[in-house]
Design a protein around this ligand. Structure first.
Ligand code: FAD
Ligand code: PYC
Length: 417
């Protein structure tokens, strides 16, 4: 791959870190790789980075049908937290949160991780009981968490209407101070640059259209741009396209694809310096460093591959946010978009071997995988490198759907399903 120094970028008149993308060229694929990662989103790129960095495996290609980080990684609302209910998931997400805490230094790339805290609101007695249970479980796992009453919430978010006479009165919240937000594209580009510098080939505009499978073992991928590229192992990290890609190998995953949408307002002066989420009213909000209010909603209930959501869902989210923040009623919406999220019946991911030898899948992160990006890449890289699932990944194997050992995280998934 052609490398550009900071000086040559300057000579090209480019002085912003992301301009690396503009001068970057696709390498010509090799005939054979030790590992091919299908999908150049945050998770795929993180996997490639850790394969090279931690395991010295650099004969790796990431194959991306569009552009790097252009899938859900580009479309999410960047909430990072680890306050999941069950041990299996809270350990995995906490592993990721710990990696976030030093990620900018690790990648020498400012991923703008901002630990401004995450509030999950409770509006009913049952919400509050669930919150108590979850915070207690988190604390037993060494994860920071507090239960706040409306007065304490008001001190953190003075503009939020916590009055008792609302349709959905705010009775309290869980508060994870170490949670926060990050810059989505910086995460993808930080991992991409790090992986590329360690020798990984990042191949964009190249779609995987099938697999070469011999005697029950994957031996390569078929692509639209370069034909067959052979590999000893293949890891698929294709989020909302997982069902489609799995079917190319004759597999059927317990997964559904749904549209999930979000939108941003015009930039306004700083007014909200934390993240506010409410599962009950199906809306959540934060303010980006640019000043936009970043607002998201629940998934569309029908399956779909259109990267946009339906009107009733967004209308519902706007209504919910305006009930909480009546003074945002005259803020104008700037952009709206959607992604395709891959959801499992228990709202937990699949990080697993498959019945086809050397073919792995990492998917099913649904509405909540951005926060997992470094952790997911880290454990998936270890699993691929050693051909043995990482301890933190083991509970998320496909086997759980045979044994019935599901890990029901709907309550903590953050977005109503
Ligand atoms: P992606 O970034 O989607 O990457 C998969 C890549 O695979 C894509 O680039 C795609 O083009 C590529 N691909 C697919 N098929 C092929 C093929 N055949 N050949 C080659 N390449 C292929 N999570 C949170 O934790 N916090 C949030 O606040 C949050 N908010 C969200 C808001 C919205 C609106 C959406 C849509 C999602 C949100 N998420 C959130 C979820 C999060 O975005 C995802 O779980 C996460 O980004 C998944 O990352 P990924 O790398 O697996 O997938
Ligand atoms: O998982 O925290 C989350 C989340 C927030 C919005 C979408 N997902």
């Amino acid at each position: 791959m052609k490398k550009y120094s900071a000086f040559s970028l300057f000579k090209h008149g480019l002085n912003h870190h992301q301009d690396w993308q503009r001068v970057w060229r696709n390498p010509t694929p090799k005939k054979h790789y030790d590992i091919i990662i299908v999908g150049g989103g945050g998770h795929g790129l993180a996997t490639a980075y850790y394969l090279a960095k931690e395991f010295g495996i650099t004969n790796v290609a990431v194959i991306e049908k569009g552009y790097l980080g252009g899938g859900n990684t580009a479309r999410n609302t960047t909430i990072v937290r680890s306050n999941y209910l069950w041990d299996e998931s809270s350990h995995l997400y906490e592993h990721s949160l710990k990696l976030w805490e030093s990620l900018s230094q690790e990648l020498n790339y400012n991923v703008m991780f901002s630990q401004r805290g995450v509030l999950n609101l409770g509006h009913t007695l049952q919400d509050m009981r669930d919150i108590q249970r979850r915070v207690n479980a988190n604390r037993l796992n060494g994860i920071d968490g507090e239960i706040l009453d409306p007065q304490q919430i008001k001190e953190i978010v003075p503009y939020m209407d916590c009055s008792a006479n609302r349709r959905y009165p705010v009775l309290g919240a869980s508060w994870q101070p170490r949670g926060g937000v990050a810059r989505h594209d910086a995460v993808a580009w930080g991992f991409a640059r790090g992986a590329s510098e360690l020798g990984v080939d990042l191949i964009q505009q190249c779609q995987v259209t099938g697999f070469e499978i011999k005697n029950g073992m994957v031996t390569g991928v078929k692509t639209d741009s370069y034909g067959l590229i052979s590999a000893a192992k293949v890891g698929c990290v294709v989020a909302g396209n997982s069902g489609v890609v799995a079917s190319m190998a004759g597999l059927r995953l317990p997964i559904e694809s749904h549209p999930l949408q979000a939108f941003v307002s015009e930039p306004i002066k700083p007014i909200l310096d934390t993240v506010v989420m409410s599962n009950h009213v199906h809306g959540y909000i934060s303010q980006s460093d640019k000043g936009d209010l970043v607002i998201g909603s629940g998934i569309d209930h029908y399956n779909g591959y259109g990267q946009r959501g339906s009107y009733p869902i967004i209308e519902h989210a706007v209504a919910a946010i305006l009930e909480l923040f009546p003074n945002f009623s005259r803020v104008r919406m700037n952009r709206q978009w959607g992604g395709i999220v891959d959801t499992c019946p228990d709202a937990c991911p699949i990080i697993s071997k498959t019945p086809i030898k050397n073919l792995y899948f990492n998917c099913g992160w649904g509405t909540g995988g951005f926060k997992a990006t470094p952790g997911s890449g880290h454990v998936f890289a270890a699993s691929l490198a050693k051909d043995e699932m990482h301890e933190l990944a083991k509970p998320f194997s496909l086997d759980r759907f045979y044994h019935g050992s599901l890990i029901d995280e709907h309550g903590a998934a953050g977005v109503a399903h």
